[in-house]
Design a binder for this molecule. Structure first.
Ligand SMILES: [Ca+2]
Length: 306
């Protein structure tokens, strides 16, 4: 990871997606004069015609908001008894970590509501059956969506928590994981930003480095993701996008999931962080990594060059 995200001094005033309102920093906005049935009919025509007209499909699916796409999907299903968007479910830990480390309380609440509406099951109860150990404790705390939301920072309290983390990890033979979980999964984002700065002063190492040294497996991955999101949610996603495309091949499900899920939230900020971290634009990375219709679709969601 580049040194930019380790520039802790700039943290406190940097924008945080945890407080971004929907639509403000996205590339996709809801379409005005939206008509779900009209779009569904156009899609049906494009798909059923002699060879699929990808251009129309891409144009429609990348210029409507997620809520509008759901409505198109319903209208399309009604008209054709087929579904146009396939929901990649799966409870892979990579996805769980990405979601619960990066979402605000409000976003987690919305997610839980949708989950309950569709499955008639509580999200936390379903998670409890999927995961175990300290990792499970941390994930369930995050999935409750009860992170402290106060915006004021008490520097002394942040220093106290930094000291607690230092004593529970670097200073201790073994590790007291529960202290890390309690602080990182419950305290407010502004408080944790200050704690990250205080931690470096006390320990000499960054908090991320200490977690990487003290823990392993999914717990390590989850808490490192939380620390990255505390510093910068757009930076965290820029890094994941970079990883999904680097080397031979592409992690298409990660790439698509992030592009679609952030397109109405903070994709403009993610693009800016990507350029800062890697020296080239997200669009140029997409162009050199993907091809064909998939490339056109992801490029359209990206929304422009930087
Ligand atoms: Ca230790």
């Amino acid at each position: 990871m580049g040194s930019l995200l380790d520039d802790l001094e700039s943290l406190v005033d940097a924008p945080s997606s945890f407080s971004a309102k929907g639509g403000e920093r996205g590339t996709i906005k809801p379409k005005a004069n939206f008509d779900a049935e009209q779009d569904a009919a156009a899609l049906k025509k494009a798909i059923d015609g002699f060879g699929t007209n990808e251009k129309i499909v891409i144009e429609i699916l990348t210029t409507r908001s997620s809520a509008q796409r759901q409505l198109i999907c319903k209208a399309y299903e009604k008209a054709t008894s087929r579904c146009v968007l396939l929901q990649g479910a799966g409870t892979k830990d990579k996805v769980l970590i990405e979601i619960f480390a990066s979402r605000s309380n409000q976003q987690i609440k919305a997610l839980s509501d949708v989950y309950f509406k569709e499955t008639k099951k509580q999200l936390t109860a379903a998670l409890e059956r999927e995961v175990s150990g300290d990792y499970s404790k941390a994930l369930l705390l995050l999935a409750l969506g009860k992170r402290d939301e106060s915006t004021t920072v008490d520097v002394n309290k942040a220093r106290e928590d930094a000291k607690t983390l230092y004593n529970a990890g670097e200073k201790k033979w073994g590790t007291d994981e529960s202290k890390f979980i309690e602080i990182l999964c419950k305290k407010s984002i502004p408080h944790l930003r200050q704690t990250v700065i205080e931690y470096k002063n006390i320990s000499g190492k960054t908090l991320q480095q200490s977690i990487e040294g003290e823990m392993s497996g999914d717990l390590e991955n989850l808490l490192v993701a939380v620390v990255k999101c505390v510093k910068s949610v757009p930076g965290y996603f820029a890094e994941l996008l970079h990883e999904s495309m680097k080397g031979a091949g592409t992690d298409e499900s990660t790439l698509t999931r992030i592009m679609v899920s952030r397109s109405e939230i903070d994709l403009l900020d993610i693009r800016a962080e990507f350029k800062k971290l890697y020296g080239h634009s997200l669009l140029s990375a997409i162009k050199s990594d993907l091809s064909g219709d998939q490339c056109e679709c992801v490029k359209a969601i990206c929304g422009g060059d930087d």
